[in-house]
Write a protein that binds this ligand. Sequence first.
Ligand code: SAH
Length: 248
Amino acid sequence: MDIPRIFTISESAHRIHNPFTAEKLATLGAALRMETGTRILDLGSGSGEMLCTWARDHGICGTGIDLSPLFTQQARQRAEELGVAGRVTFVHGDAAGHVAAQKVGVAACLGATWIGGGVAGTIALLERSLLPGGIVLVGEPYWLRLPSTEDVARSCLAGSIADFRALPALLASFADLGFDVVEMVLADQDSWDRYEAAKWLTMRRWLDANPDDGFAGEVRAKLASEPARHAAFTREYLGWGVFALIAR
Ligand code: SAH
């Protein structure tokens, strides 16, 4: 079980696989006012930066599940590095349908809502692991500017315009699902650059080290096209944020 190779190449040096900086992740951790010992479930935990830094900074404990063996390994290493390996556990596996054996105070899915078949399905899945009054955390893109054509949406790497909403509509959709939106931290163009532009140097270094790899052509093409695509589309049209929800 693994994710497509382009991600484990282009994002191998990322600690956060989303348009969030370490500062924004720390802002979110503080904003949630979690008590020491709060248990967190993280579906699509990537390289574990959220659980590891929040365990260090707020004394939370938790479990992350991720489909990438590489990212899961990096998460375990990060936990050792930060001295929190006793508080956080990282499991390699498919998080689809995963419900925690022991209910949690915070159930999260940041930038991987396909795991539950979309935002609504992922919120419903997370809720099954949640203690009464617990917080659902969802990280999701939204349209900063509505694309004028479907081609523009596809250039933002969306399947279609309908894949995402504008921010007010996204917030309203959480209310329609029966949740209060109790906090949010949003990405900005600089944090998008940290996510996207960091891939370019990683791809270039990978190409220098693996010139004869069968995948090199694909990586080379991506490196050549991504900077201009990002500048023209993702950076201009797409927002991203993490939204904290509590059931009404
Ligand atoms: N939440 C992390 C990672 C976001 S990137 C962060 O913010 O850094 C999306 C992650 O979802 C990747 O790590 C990918 O490996 C993982 N993923 C994709 N499909 C998955 C699935 N079915 N089950 C678990 N993890 C999945």
